[in-house]
Design a protein around this ligand. Structure first.
Ligand code: C2E
Ligand code: CA
Ligand code: CA
Length: 453
């Protein structure tokens, strides 16, 4: 090889190297650059491990904007974000795009939480100014997660994981939040991991149980179905609420295994009830984002021998909106097999009624927050009244959740609410107690009022 060839080979090696470390859209470095930069600083400080900080920023609500204005507009915004971040990070910092709408930084001179929060607040401010889409302005917010070396991890992978955990926490708290990975978070993560292990074992050992809470017709106070509610009591950890362990199973990626055990048990129990009673089962948000959910559910109840027309699935507005296309497909498939869909916790989500119109539901469950204030608070009464009127107009059934008092049931009957559920009618109870409840309370509904199944 002559020297010209050698130098052109070197140039292309350099090009290739640069390409491998560059985000083609924004010209920023990519995740490899972040990794190398972190390792470089960590090595340089090996003898005196002075702290430094890495950060992740994720744009809030970028996907809907991308969907609405198109990918070119999305790219424009990402490039403007890159420019602003580059222009504003403190001296000596590195900015990279990790992919999608996620950016990262290395801040060699940020040593502690307050300073990281200050940088986060400044960058959040800078990103909150409108983005120019050629004649149209768009506003966005961003969430941040920071991790300080070496406390939050002395290897790049651990440090990044900590920053990711901090970012995830910001996202969970809403928009525009800043979180720095702390000792408390580390403690919580440890507890969550213990809980995860115990729950995984409980699923394998078949120790997670299902209880059932009656849902009654408010027209004649007869039971029309039961809602299945997960119950878990660990020998060491004691009773753990499903509002803790269900989200944990979602977060750690084993909600399918948990849900399968629960549905299998619930369906088997439902077979012991009079066949006009329905089984209402909660679906978690992660399940509504997974296209295989409908076939999984159908095959579980098929194996158990439960008629899909006896099954209702409770889903929340927020879960529906997280990935509307997939949710719609799942709902459509399930409904085509006769499964009915209830909108749970109605009134607490963030979706608009306009967007909900695009989905087909069978039933709406009015959240306990409105029901518990119905006797004392006029505005709650008006909201409940409005929801009942809306459901009447849309031909949807209505269930009021969390009825604890006779006075509440009376008020709801007065307002024309079709069904109710709550401690007043019965607390969640295990399969055996539920059969006793039925033997005690269940009367065949008069033919004209029987539930159409
Ligand atoms: P949810 O679906 O809104 O369930 C209703 C919750 O209200 C249950 O809490 C129930 O025990 C409670 N409740 C019912 N009537 C009354 C009442 O009159 N007063 C009061 N104060 N509370 C009442 P629980 O069993 O602790 O479940 C909490 C949440 O955990 C559920 O809220 C649901 O989101 C989730 N969850 C429970 N089981 C499952 C499950 O099998 N799968 C999924 N994905 N989520 C579940
Ligand atoms: Ca529910
Ligand atoms: Ca509910």
């Amino acid at each position: 090889m002559n020297s010209a060839e050698q130098s052109s080979q070197r140039v292309s090696e350099i090009d290739l190297h640069a390409m491998a470390y560059t985000d083609p859209l924004t010209g920023l470095g990519n995740s490899y650059r972040l990794r190398d930069k972190v390792r470089e600083i960590a090595d340089a400080r090996a003898s005196d491990p002075a702290p430094f900080t890495i950060g992740l920023a994720n744009l809030d609500g970028f996907k809907p904007i991308n969907d609405l204005f198109g990918p070119d507009a999305g790219d424009k915004i990402l490039c403007q974000v890159a420019n602003r971040l580059l222009a504003c990070v403190p001296d000596g910092a590195t900015v990279i795009r990790a992919g999608g709408d996620e950016f990262g930084f290395v801040l060699p001179l940020v040593f502690e939480r307050k300073a990281a929060e200050k940088v986060g607040a400044m960058l959040r401010e800078v990103l909150s100014a409108p983005f120019d889409l050629g004649g149209r302005n768009v506003r966005l917010s961003a969430s941040f997660g920071f991790a300080i070396y070496p406390f939050a991890g002395d290897e790049f992978e651990d440090l990044l994981k900590s920053a990711d955990t901090a970012l995830y926490r910001s996202k969970r708290r809403g928009r525009g939040q800043i979180t720095v990975y702390s000792r408390e978070i580390a403690q919580e993560m440890k507890r969550a991991t213990q809980l995860e292990q115990a729950l995984r074992n409980a699923i394998i050992g078949d120790e997670v149980d299902v209880h059932f809470q009656p849902i009654v017709s408010l027209r004649n106070d007869t039971v029309v179905g039961f809602e299945a509610l997960a119950r878990w009591c660990d020998p060491d950890l004691g009773y753990v609420s499903p509002s803790i362990f269900v989200p944990l199973a979602e977060e750690r990626g084993f909600i399918d295994a948990l849900s399968e055990t629960l549905l299998r048990k619930a369906a088997k129990t439902a077979l012991t009830w009079p066949k006009e009673l329905f089984l209402s089962f909660n679906l978690s948000s992660a399940q509504l984002m997974d296209p295989s959910t409908s076939s999984n559910i159908l095959s579980i109840i098929d194996r158990a021998g439960l008629d899909p027309r006896r099954l209702e699935l409770e889903i929340t507005e927020t879960a529906v909106m997280a990935d509307a296309d997939v949710a719609q497909k799942i709902i459509g498939e399930l409904r085509s097999h006769g499964v009915r869909i209830s909108l749970d916790d109605f009134g607490t989500g963030q979706s608009s009624l306009g967007r909900l119109r695009d989905f087909t539901f069978d039933k709406v469950k009015i959240d306990r927050a409105f029901v518990s204030r119905i006797s004392s608070d006029r505005s709650s009464e008006h909201i409940v009244k409005a929801i009942i009127a809306m459901c009447d107009g849309l031909d949807l059934e209505v269930v009021a959740e969390g009825i604890e008092e006779f006075s509440e049931s009376l008020k709801l009957k007065e307002l024309g609410c079709g069904m109710g559920q709550g401690y007043f009618y019965g607390k969640p109870a295990d399969a055996v107690a539920t059969l006793r409840y039925l033997a005690d309370k269940y009367r065949e509904p008069p033919p004209a009022l029987s539930v159409a199944i």
